[in-house]
Design a protein around this ligand. Structure first.
Ligand SMILES: [Zn+2]
Length: 81
C-alpha cells in the first residue's frame, strides 16, 4: 500500500459529466475524449462490459491520475425525442 499513489477518484459532481464522456466515446466509435476532471485529451476508456447485462467502463487519465469505473445498465428504454 502506498500513500503516494497518484490515483484520483471521480468526485460526485463529475459523475454525470463522466457518463457524458463515455457516451461521446461510444458514439464517436472510440475516438479520444477529454477527461471529465482535468479536460485533457488523455482519458483512456476501457470497455469491460458484460453484455447483454451491463456495460462497464474503466476510465483512467494519464494527466491527472483519475481512475474510475462507470456502469451503464442495459435494457433501459431510450427516451423518445
Ligand atoms: Zn484528467
Amino acid at each position: 500500500m502506498s500513500i503516494n499513489e497518484k490515483k484520483k477518484a471521480l468526485p460526485p459532481e463529475k459523475v454525470r459529466l463522466a457518463y457524458d464522456r463515455v457516451r461521446q466515446y461510444r458514439d464517436s466509435g472510440g475516438k479520444p475524449v477529454a477527461c471529465p476532471l482535468c479536460e485533457e485529451m488523455a482519458l483512456k476508456i476501457i470497455d469491460q462490459s458484460a453484455r447483454p447485462y451491463v456495460e462497464w467502463y474503466h476510465l483512467t487519465c494519464e494527466a491527472c491520475g483519475l481512475e474510475a469505473t462507470l456502469n451503464i445498465p442495459l435494457g433501459r428504454p431510450s427516451s423518445a425525442n
